[in-house]
Ligand binder design. Structure first.
Ligand code: ITE
Length: 373
């Protein structure tokens, strides 16, 4: 741990990077997967379980927390870490993405975004400055700039307008954030699926000399190869000595390939959300426990696993729980899935350290094809 925010590159293997982000609240081993704790909880999990599985950092969502319980209330209660009992780093999204995907009646202009709460219909205005203020009230360690993420496919001039405004908002967020040595404010590269706009966004954000950079505007429905093509353009334009965070990504395959394109940090609701719906991620691929073929299968998901949810419960029981919509079903599969994601990240980090990332990738993808045996 350090008094300031520091990123160290420990090893590289092609474009894959093994690094470490040091902050006062703890060290983040990269490539890192950040479980999503949307409204102050990683759904269906205890946070000490999340830590035990290997998470060094979790995500909080500004949009949800500002609506309920409220940013000022969380501050009065001692900040998000005390509120949810997680004493390691927390990264908060700026809220813009959730506004566009969750709230009704939203208006976006140079000043910021005005929207109605999906909780109680109240009207809110969030400027870049207010987003940073809210993230400060939450005592967030890594704060994201407010940006405008355009859903793809979109018109080039629409993508350019949103990218340019997001750059102006990045400057306003940097000014509002000021100088907080133990914390960081990350810029977010936009530019949709247009290489020259991606490059312009990355280079302009680089000139702001921020502590880290997110690649936004992806994982919004575009094909995987478009996402990877945008990484090919964006990563080289970002400073090598700063961390790179690909927002909202992704499946295990997305993560494997994005690491090979130079990404250090990931977040995704996939392991927890799909777990609640009966989907299990394992070393041998995905298993949908809703499927009747598991009804009398006494095998666990993977007897070699060290995770109790993966090793000790029969597929028949998991099938029963999911079909019965029992809470324990979502709990056990969230546990299994987060265990698998963190096991994958640990394997990725080790493979980069040992200079065998290409082989690791090939072996991992080969194992996924085996299915559930
Ligand atoms: C699940 N996919 C996804 N989650 C995202 C969150 C984001 N936040 C801020 N800005 C983004 O561009 C952005 C893009 C995203 N894609």
């Amino acid at each position: 741990m350090t008094e300031t925010f520091q990123f160290k590159l420990l090893a590289t293997d092609g474009k894959a990077r093994r690094g470490e982000v040091s902050m006062p609240r703890g060290t983040i081993r990269t490539p890192a997967f950040m479980p999503v704790g949307t409204v102050g909880t990683v759904k269906a999990m205890y946070l000490d379980q999340v830590r035990e599985l290997g998470a060094d950092i979790i995500l909080g969502n500004t949009y949800h927390l500002m609506l309920r319980p409220g940013a000022e209330r969380v501050a009065r209660l001692g900040g998000l870490h005390n509120f949810i009992r997680w004493d390691r780093p927390i990264l908060t999204d700026s809220g813009g993405f959730q506004v566009m995907s969750l709230s009704s009646l939203r208006k976006l202009n140079e000043q910021g975004v005005t929207f109605k709460s999906h909780v109680d219909g109240a009207l809110y205005h969030m400027s870049p400055e207010r987003s940073i203020e809210i993230q400060g009230l939450l005592d967030s360690d890594i704060q994201m700039q407010l940006d405008e993420c355009v859903a793809l496919p979109a018109e080039p001039n629409e993508i350019e307008r949103a990218m340019e405004m997001s750059l102006r908002w990045a400057e306003r967020c940097k000014a509002a954030f000021g100088d907080q040595p133990g914390k960081a404010m990350f810029g977010i590269v936009q530019g949709g699926d247009i290489p020259k706009l991606r490059e312009r966004s990355a280079l302009a954000l680089r000139d702001l000399d921020l502590k880290g950079y997110a690649v936004g505007g992806l994982a919004v429905g575009e094909p995987q190869e478009v996402m990877l093509d945008m990484l090919d353009v964006t990563c080289p334009a970002l400073p090598a000595e700063k961390p790179r965070y690909l927002m909202g990504v992704g499946t295990p395959d997305d993560i494997l390939k994005s690491v090979a394109h130079g990404i250090d940090m990931f977040d995704c609701v996939m392991p927890t959300r799909s777990g609640r719906h009966g989907l299990a991620f394992t070393r041998y691929g995905r298993i949908n426990l809703r499927n009747a073929r598991h009804a009398e299968d006494t095998r666990p998901l993977d007897e070699q696993s060290t995770c109790p949810a993966t090793r000790d419960y029969s597929r028949a029981y998991l099938h029963h729980l999911i079909r019965s919509n029992e809470s324990l079903g979502g709990m056990l599969l969230s546990w299994n899935n987060l265990a698998y994601y963190q096991e994958l990240m640990a394997g990725i980090r080790k493979a980069i350290e040992e200079g065998r990332y290409a082989d690791f990738m090939a072996e991992t993808q080969e194992n996924w094809k085996r299915g559930d045996l």
